[in-house]
Design a protein around this ligand. Sequence first.
Ligand code: KIV
Ligand code: NA
Length: 265
Amino acid sequence: YKRVTTKSLVDMKKNGEKIAMLTSYDFSMAKIVDSAGIDVILVGDSASNVMAGHETTLPITLDQMIYHASSVVRAINRALVVVDLPFGSYQSDPKEALRSSIRIMKESGAHAVKLEGGKEIKESLKRILHAGIPVMGHLGLTPQSIYKFGTYTVRAKEEAEAEQLKSDARLLEKLGCFAVVLEKVPAKLAKEVAESISIPVIGIGAGNGVDGQVLVVHDMLGMTHEFNPRFLRRYTDLYSEMTKAFESYRDDVKSRDFPADDEQY
Ligand code: KIV
Ligand code: NA
């Protein structure tokens, strides 16, 4: 396998090849995602929701993110592994942001970090990038700020927020980020941003005019059937498939069908 690098992602944008990105939080899932040829694996702080059952991404800790990330890194041969800096591990000051990033890189073996925000975290981004750690930005609906927004609806529909987002995207490019995630913003705005900067824009709920797409792996597998945003395309119905398997196993145990003669020693 030829490994995906931050440079190959920028080259993919230049050559017009779309970037496919999915989340993973554990070894078994990451192995399948990597083998399928997904370019980037995000160890997202969505682990807080999907793995731990919290309502928001805020409670997950740096230690927990490192545990998830190191499990993912052990599984991959090709994909670039990007890890979210969790809420509270980078907002207080640039030194803390760098220390948290260094811990992720050293203790998990991941290849890059992702931080939510634009100009308000400029000094932190500079420090991390100066240390040689690749950074992916994240603008638009940034879930760590959900209590500021008060709603999970589309961001940057108004002119002022759209202008701020465009200027933040240009800032991330100028500082040296290798890519930026745009979450839940109008497709027209996302396309404009992607066309205005040279680094790849990876969208989630940001339309088809960007340079790549990302989804939460449990969502696209249909395991989270109570979560139904418009942007989510489900590629299978694992919730039903798994339920069927568990029910069959239960029935087989209860009826003494399992284990059969050739399934014992
Ligand atoms: O944590 C996450 O899964 C993310 C993606 C939705 C971009 O940040
Ligand atoms: Na995230």
